[in-house]
Design a protein around this ligand. Structure first.
Ligand SMILES: Cc1cc2nc3c(=O)[nH]c(=O)nc-3n(C[C@H](O)[C@H](O)[C@H](O)COP(=O)(O)OP(=O)(O)OC[C@H]3O[C@@H](n4cnc5c(N)ncnc54)[C@H](O)[C@@H]3O)c2cc1C
Ligand code: FES
Length: 281
């Protein structure tokens, strides 16, 4: 059992939880994720490791209520336990292989959509602490969905915020800011809804900027066995859980990935209705 030691509500639908998981906290790296089961009969929910503290053996997850299982996790309180936390899963971010000396002075642009700010945070933090120049764009539909603004400011040189309705920061979508910032970076990393990553990749192509995306495909086992997370990358079949979740955005077949994400929409809606939950999709 994995005890929740801290819980904070970030927005009406997004919660931050610190969970006791000493072995995972020792080996977690930016870019990796966990599979969490909230209860004995609960579904397996993939969630990015947003932060980790090897000293006190805890890891942080930031969870948006999107349906029945994420709602179960967010209803747990400090002192309650998650039944299973498996991880760290997936490959660490590519820049983990770059010697620290080389990271100094490299320029990274992170593009976070909504709860995508959570997976961006450990990456920006790692690079910032090693002397890279990190700029971050956070975009969301409205100001109530912007998370981790203060924490993010501490791990980047410039933070740019935009909202679709203009309620905070610039009015517009993340690609507008990407275009304005232009091609002054060595690498762009985009994490958020699949559709945002598709358009961020198109903009990066226009700017001739290399881009990494983190694919939030459907996942079940997280070990490359079930095939749920299958994606086509550079014309080859890959499994986001073991070959990713990060890939070169230029190579990803986003249209196929978008189609596969909706495979269980009817069942998800039925489960939400049975649990009295309502979501706009
Ligand atoms: C590698 C990875 C990292 C992720 N990190 C985060 C994170 O840090 N914070 C966060 O809030 N969310 C994250 N997600 C998404 C999160 O896993 C889903 O929101 C969650 O599984 C929804 O389950 P549900 O039962 O609450 O909702 P449902 O009603 O079952 O589904 C709502 C939507 O969530 C997605 N989803 C559902 N089941 C799964 C599944 N088994 N695997 C993946 N996606 C699913 C689908 O797009 C679906 O339409 C991540 C997903 C992946 C693959
Ligand atoms: S989640 Fe089963 S193969 Fe990736």
């Amino acid at each position: 059992m994995f005890k929740i030691v801290d819980k904070q509500q970030l927005t009406p639908l997004i919660y931050s939880l610190w969970v006791e998981a000493p072995r995972i906290a020792q080996s977690a790296k930016p870019g990796q994720f966990l599979i969490v089961r909230p209860s004995d009969n609960g579904e397996r929910v993939p969630l990015t490791i947003c932060d980790y503290n090897p000293d006190n053996g805890t890891v942080r997850i930031v969870v948006q209520i999107a349906g029945v299982s994420s709602n179960k996790i967010c209803n747990l309180n400090v002192g309650d336990c998650l039944t299973d936390v498996a991880g760290p899963l997936g490959k660490p971010s590519d820049f983990m292989e770059i010697p620290e000396e080389e990271l100094k002075g490299k320029r990274y642009l992170f593009v976070a959509g909504g709860v995508g700010a959570a997976p961006v945070y450990p990456q920006a933090k790692y690079l910032h602490e090693r002397g890279a120049k990190v700029d971050v764009i956070i975009g969301a539909r409205n100001k109530d969905l912007i998370i981790m603004e203060d924490e993010m400011r501490k791990v980047c040189s410039n933070l740019y915020i935009c909202t679709d309705d203009g309620s905070k920061g610039e009015k517009g979508v993340v690609t507008l800011l990407m275009e304005r910032l232009g091609n002054k970076y060595d690498m762009c990393v985009a994490i958020g809804p699949m559709i945002m990553m598709k358009f961020a990749t198109l903009m990066a192509k226009k700017l001739e900027l290399p881009i990494t995306v983190s694919l939030n495909t459907l996942m079940v086992d997280g070990t490359g066995m079930c095939g749920a997370c299958r994606v086509s990358v550079a014309g080859k079949t890959m499994f986001a859980c073991v070959d990713g979740p990060e890939f070169n955005g230029y190579d990803v077949d986003f249209d196929e990935a978008l189609r596969r994400q909706t495979l269980y929409r009817k069942e998800e809606q039925q489960a939400n209705a049975a649990a009295g939950l309502e979501f706009k999709r």
